[in-house]
Ligand binder design. Sequence first.
Ligand SMILES: Cc1cc2nc3c(=O)[nH]c(=O)nc-3n(C[C@H](O)[C@H](O)[C@H](O)COP(=O)(O)O)c2cc1C
Length: 192
Amino acid sequence: MDFDSVIDKRHSVRAFKNKKASWKLVLDAIDAANQGPFADNINPLKFLIIEEQSTIDKVSELSGQLWINESSILVIVCSDDTHLEHLHGQRGKRYSRQQSGAAINTFILKLTDLGLSSCWVGAFTDDLIKQHLKIPGHIEIEAIIPIGYEKTKSNKRRKRPLENTLNWESWGSTKRPSLFNEDAPDPDLIES
Ligand SMILES: Cc1cc2nc3c(=O)[nH]c(=O)nc-3n(C[C@H](O)[C@H](O)[C@H](O)COP(=O)(O)O)c2cc1C
């Protein structure tokens, strides 16, 4: 799929067909997520893959999002802040959240590219999930990603128009100043 189509097609799916997603495809998507940028080029992510239905059911119950039990694979995206915090203090923790989010986005886009559907789940009680899955206390759960095949095609959510997300040159200035005359010929291209 070309890049724009992947971006266009990706949307959160919360109802899945009774068809198992291949763990090999999920590994391809994890591999893609691992190719992204990481502060100091240190990748502290761990992907906990869950295929056992009883465990999927339990995570769905503990997170209070029962629809999760329709997915056939769950990926719990975790990160270990220890190293970045040691190197960069509080900013290291910020780096951790940022690079995890970036990796999660790559992950779900690659899943879309591979024909799979998913949803980024961030609302859960960390301690309950950690305890059940034996995740150590110092590890952060960044997201839970239920994966499967979409049951019924849903429409893409409306997004903010581009112009509502832009400021130019200084905060609060929503119109692009005419600093440059774009209609004038590029002097480098004018033959003397
Ligand atoms: C940080 C984050 C946390 C989210 N947590 C949840 C969640 O707990 N449960 C859920 O159903 N969707 C969750 N979502 C998905 C959003 O609801 C969804 O991305 C948003 O409604 C836009 O829809 P779209 O993904 O189809 O574009 C989360 C998304 C993000 C980025």
